[in-house]
Design a protein around this ligand. Structure first.
Ligand code: ADP
Length: 253
């Protein structure tokens, strides 16, 4: 028996306490491991574009000055890898902000926001995004900047991983807004689906690098949806296409 002043502990109470401590330590260890993994993955991701920039800069310095073709290739690579690096740092900062970063919720009209984003993405990609809805106006209380980010991540993926049109269908159901983004692209294998929302997860490293992916987009999307107490669901068939459905409460809290 352990004497704790006025209260003495019974062996079974001690056992229980031991179990609780063990559980807590297990959790801490797991968190520590995850943090460590995150830093390792982030460093690895940052190194790749930096190495490319470094080697092209060295090429420029040493010989490319008098060779216009090599010069052009080097400048192009440095430019595109810098953009990639910038995007990566931005995504890492978003993730590092932490789940507790407060939402700046305000009331806004959802459809014009979607229209604005789709038309600018259509311009960038030169592709069609069909917007379809059964509503004329939907008011939403949410963090506008985060909603923009969420839509951009999902629509951008749909465009990146398909070559045909992309559709977004928006519905209002009771106190929920639901939007479904459908593409008819390369799709995702069933065995990859459970890992899509993990940080740095990419179905195919080579393919993703070609499209400038970082494997962070969907984990940020999931975080935004969670913060708004919504749900996000992926349905996909390899070589047929992907459908992502997001459901959000119209009012927070
Ligand atoms: P990335 O920056 O690599 O696109 P994401 O986190 O946004 O990272 O997505 C993770 C992976 O999921 C991608 O690398 C890609 O393989 C797959 N993926 C995401 N969206 C789609 C889609 N619409 N169609 C096919 N594959 C997709």
């Amino acid at each position: 028996k352990l004497d704790l002043g006025s209260h003495s502990m019974q062996p079974d109470e001690l056992d229980k306490l031991g179990l609780i401590f063990n559980k807590m330590i297990g959790k801490l260890e797991k968190n520590f491991h995850r943090q460590h993994q995150f830093i390792a993955d982030a460093s690895h991701e940052l190194r790749t574009p930096l190495t490319i920039i470094e080697s092209y800069a060295s090429l420029l310095k040493r010989w490319a000055r008098n060779d216009p073709a090599v010069r052009e290739e080097a400048v192009e690579a440095i430019y595109s890898e810098s953009i990639r690096l910038k995007g990566l740092v931005k995504s890492l900062l978003t993730l590092a902000e932490g789940q507790e970063a407060p939402l700046h919720s305000e009331t806004f009209s959802f459809l014009p926001l979607v229209q604005g984003i789709t038309s600018s993405l259509q311009q960038t990609y030169g592709r069609v995004i069909e917007v379809d809805t059964d509503q004329t106006e939907i008011w939403l209380v949410a963090d506008v900047e985060k909603m923009k980010q969420l839509l951009i991540i999902l629509l951008d993926n749909a465009l990146k991983y398909s070559e045909q049109k992309v559709e977004i269908f928006i519905e209002e159901r009771a106190d929920q807004v639901r939007f479904t983004i459908q593409d008819y692209g390369i799709g995702i294998r069933e065995q990859d689906l459970p890992y899509l929302f993990e940080r740095f997860y990419r179905v195919d490293q080579a393919r993703s690098r070609k499209t400038g992916g970082t494997g962070l987009g969907l984990s940020i999307a999931k975080r935004i949806v969670d913060q708004h107490k919504g749900t996000i669901e992926v349905n996909s068939r390899l070589n047929e296409g992907t459908r992502i459905c997001v459901q959000l409460p119209k009012h927070q809290g």
